[in-house]
Design a protein around this ligand. Sequence first.
Ligand code: DX5
Ligand code: ZN
Length: 216
Amino acid sequence: MATIISPSLLSCDFANIQRDVEMLNQSQADWLHIDIMDGVFVPNISFGLPVMEAMHRHAKKPLDVHLMIQNPDAYLEDFHKAGAAFLTVHYEACPHLHRTIQRIHQLGMKAGVALNPHTPVSVLEDIIEELDLVLIMSVNPGFGGQKFIPNAIRKVAALKELALSKQTDLIIEVDGGVNGETAPLLIEAGANALVAGSYVFNAQNPAQTIADLKKL
Ligand code: DX5
Ligand code: ZN
């Protein structure tokens, strides 16, 4: 199966959101990655629900929403209403992760869990069968354009092994520093979905860059 490509709108031109979303609609992108940062869980503020709703109004593809916020439980319904198809919460922000995942499913969304670079894959051993997606962070969350942390490749392989041992179908997504050099290594290790922000939006031809990633 071809790798799912999920360009991150964090790196789009916020003065031209509609234009950039329409470019993604026309491109080979599979999903639109939406990075929500609260300035508490991560040291940066991105954008919130009204901006995401505006993106959703123009998007013709599923919204892959990455919540980098404290207490995500308080907002699950709001993100559902704003158009999330996949809702990913951080392991580090969820003391009652099982309940959070159940609620995301009850609301009719696919559920994902993101792991910070220091969090081992093994913490998911007792919940992996409930998950649709795991997001391996290959940078510390908070900013686009950071340098890829190579240990993420090993984590992808470990996660794939864990998923196989539980015989569960899992989307293994990687986020941070994905480009033409790191993407093939991640795919080889077992990733089947890739987020790319600056690599896509800083390119001369973003749609072509997406097509190139899709070919890998
Ligand atoms: C980082 C965000 C990423 C970010 C990736 O905290 O979660 O989705 O947009 O940006 P690049 O691809 O530029 O590393
Ligand atoms: Zn992200």
